[in-house]
Design a protein around this ligand. Sequence first.
Ligand code: BDP
Length: 708
Amino acid sequence: MIRSRRINRNIGWLVVLLLLVNKTHADDGYRLWLKYDLIKDVAKREEYARSFQFIAVSNQSPILMNAAQELQVGLQGLLGKSVPIITDLGKKTGGVYLNEHQGFSNHIKYGDEGYMMSKSGNIFILANKGVGVLYGTFALLRHIQTGQLLTKLPYNSIPKIRYRLLNHWDNTNGTIERGYAGGTLWKWYELPATVDPRYHDYARANASIGINGTVVNNVNASARFLTDEYIQKVAALANVFRDYGIRVYLSVYFPAPKTIGGLKTADPLDPDVRKWWTDKTKEIYKAIPDFGGFLVKANSEGEPGPQDYGRTHADGANMLAEALAPYDGIVMWRAFVYKADPKADRFKAAHEEFTPLDGKFDKKVIVQVKNGPIDFQPREPFSPLFGNMPKTPLSMEFQITQEYTGFATHWVYEAPIFKECLESDTYINGKGSTVASVIDGSLHKYTMTAIAGVANTGSDRNWTGNPMAQANWYAYGRLAWDHTLSSEAIANEWVKMTLTSEPKAVKTITDLMLKSREIYVDYNTPIGLSRPWSGVHFAPEPWQEKSARPDWTAIYYHRADSIGLGFDRTATGSDALAQYRPEVQKQWNNPETCPLPYLLWFHHVPWTKKLSSGRTLWNELCTRFYTGADSVKWMQQQWAQVKPAIDPEIFADVTGRLATQHTEAIWWRDSWILYLQTYSKQPIPAPFQKPDRTLDDVKRLSEIYKLR
Ligand code: BDP
């Protein structure tokens, strides 16, 4: 008796302790935007609670049960209320009905993934397929998480793009190419026997923003992924993702028939090679019946491909399409190609290689194009391919991971980068032929539509390293579903779901997010500079002139000389502008009228030339570099103000990263300014202070950064 009383007392203490720990326990960011913390406003909570007496399901398929359980967990957290899941709605009212019902009116319009939502006696979420119900359920949760009224439900939604994918550049050894949040999420050595519960949370997070596919390995692919050993590992992932509407895809190593198949060639027109791919594909589908298909990087940056056998990209892609013919799978063939020709302009390469192939691809092939013509720069004009391949479905490739936008230390909200490209007008069918209308199929009337985002996730507890980078994963998914959403609306909902609902803090953080990309561009690559030179892609090295390839040097891109700065891509230069429609050329061709953000992309501008801002080129550059770096200080001050509204662990984490960002912004500024000054021979204009270090100092810093 005494003993049991002591145990009870101890348990009592434990509960108190747990409650205390729970109260003071900081947020480690693992829960992303699916936090479901208790709504503080009691009246609001009670009002919501009245509409959630039960969760009814029309069937108990795994996907519908995932939806119901997510809602149950969400409501438990948000409302502090346990809501039962029931399987027979009968005549009951006051709850939610998750209804998978093939053949409701309008069912064709809603397709496999769209949903309708309404509220009368119950809240109804209706869709043709379970996955549509799942998306509707997440939309309902988002609605509550962002504090909106149930009288204003997100009534219906249909994704604008069919294949909405993440591309993981993950390797068999656990590293991630251009990953800044730890190692790979996929524990290859443990799979398939051990399935990390984290895969389940990965799937939930993606489903919540409408992502329906994941390419699990690097585009610089290892042939190992096509061995039976790895197919089994990938199948174990597919088993988790399937019930969240997510299909798995593989990047393939084009010469795999040689390396693992023992053939003498990988020539796509060779019958044995074709048979090898057909058999391999069959083997994959046996293990993964809903396998999504192949992603291919070929004849690009040293990766082998069909051109090694005198064949074209279309020959290579069509061979894989043939292997996929019996199945519901696709080929995503990347257009990221450029040759090591010092006289050529890398900007033009993809267009030159791919436009002659327009119309020559199998109907199962989508050509995957990076947003800009070079390589994920902080700002690029849209790729001219989007305006010139009307007979080929094109997919968009964005980079979520921050290879060129400051890794995990710089805060850059990327939705404005994505939107800027999507909203650009290609003029291919006259005014209004936006890039978005090309890739969502509405312009050229094709239904094979896709979008890919190079993932920024990793094994870090908070998934993305920088907590603010979670917003980029989130924004990518939301835009893949509906590219008409505004950057601001997405930022706003992400902040409310992830960080705080305190109105002033929401406003401050949203504002910071919206300005962050321009600030980064200002201290990193203003007025249309770019910097895709070789190496780590982080340390500033505008002076770099030696490399294995001319187009892997810095001077290739900025072309600084005693006269001026920038790459002449007009008819007097590389004439890359000719790859755009005349209406686009007209906007960018004339240095007097070319918008400043794109100026040095297309023109070699004299240092003393007066720009539309009223300043000379040199003074404008200095102004941008200095105000950009100073603005990081402003970001730090703004962030400090939201402290009371933010979890202490996340607040401290972001505070630390902003301090690093500030130091590095000054490093970038000083490197560019001191280097360019050796050409411009101009003083740094008032009120800006001369850097307190020399060009040699910053050069040394970059050298140290590159040491292994
Ligand atoms: C570049 C990256 C490189 C990738 C390549 C690609 O630096 O690591 O392999 O793009 O997209 O940006 O294939």
